[in-house]
Design a binder for this molecule. Structure first.
Ligand code: UDP
Ligand code: MN
Length: 271
């Protein structure tokens, strides 16, 4: 079930997400992950960052951005997406390029693996989740961080997939269809491509805003993956930093490798 035929995969297109991936890789190892750890990376990542990720145990695989049309790229340019569909609930960091997100789909080309678990570079794995390799494509947790209605949408920060060139080719055709517009990039696309997606419990992809928006849902004893959606824990003094102190501290412990707490002993948010 685990071993060479499965892999954890993340994506890194610049130095900031390499920082994120470093903490993620350390967390996977500490959780006793037994599968390969693959970092898909584009030309935007420097050699010293790649060395650091390799030293943490990653298998590095180069990935080009997708060969999408110029019109597609214009429709999904950062300024255009932010103008057409403003982010009103949280702030996307300046180093986040929406077009880069689509390179995630390259994981379907990793056909040396039977099953992969994709995890965003801005997440931490707090407990072993190897059993997800036995789950079907396409399994993902809901995009819950504010209201019950969030359960209708998936979050593409953690998902289970089966690499296949055939699937990848079908994806490219649908992705770059004339006038296709994916408002929240790969996430919107994956939900459309897999309308019958299998729902994982929210605890496999606990979004950081749950900490203050839905604190009764937060339970360290149940959470396997914490996902720092919107502002990143390595951003200095971001707008939500005062409300996310304990989560930011946890991320820094994993990033530095020092003072990593026993997750079962962490205090839940006060209600
Ligand atoms: N990503 C990247 N470079 C970018 C944008 C995204 O490497 O410019 C990758 C990275 O793995 C990141 C994921 O795609 O974690 C999705 O972006 P992000 O996590 O910032 O989105 P959010 O979770 O805030 O919606
Ligand atoms: Mn993310």
């Amino acid at each position: 079930m685990t071993g060479r035929h499965n892999a954890y995969v993340t994506l890194v297109t610049n130095a900031d997400y390499a920082t994120g991936a470093a903490a993620l890789l350390r967390s996977l190892k500490l959780a006793g992950a037994t599968a390969d750890m693959v970092v898909l990376h584009t030309g935007g990542v420097g050699a010293s960052d790649l060395d650091m990720l390799r030293a943490l145990g990653a298998r590095l695989v180069t990935a080009d951005l997708l060969p999408t049309s110029a019109a597609f790229n214009e429709r999904h340019a950062r300024a255009k997406i932010h103008a057409d569909a403003p982010f009103t609930k949280g702030k996307k960091p300046a180093f986040h390029t929406p077009l880069d997100n689509f390179a995630k789909l390259r994981l379907w080309q990793l056909t040396e693996y039977e099953t992969v678990i994709f995890i965003d570079a801005d997440a931490l794995v707090l407990r072993n989740i190897d059993r997800l390799f036995a789950y079907p494509e396409f399994s993902a947790a809901p995009n819950v961080y504010e209201t019950l209605a969030d359960f209708h949408r998936l979050n593409s920060g953690v998902f289970v997939a089966k690499p296949s060139e055939e699937t990848f080719a079908r994806m490219l055709a649908k992705l770059d269809a004339p006038d296709a517009y994916w408002r929240r990039t790969d996430q919107t696309f994956l939900q459309a491509f897999f309308p019958d997606w299998h729902g994982l419990p929210v605890f496999f992809n606990m979004l950081q805003y749950v900490w203050f928006n839905l604190p009764e849902l937060w339970d360290w004893k149940s959470i396997s993956v914490v996902h720092y959606q919107y502002e990143k824990p390595w951003e200095k003094d971001h707008p939500k930093a005062d409300r996310l102190g304990p989560l930011i501290e946890l991320w820094h412990a994993y990033h530095s490798g020092e003072g990593i707490p026993d997750v079962d002993a962490l205090p839940n948010p006060r209600l």
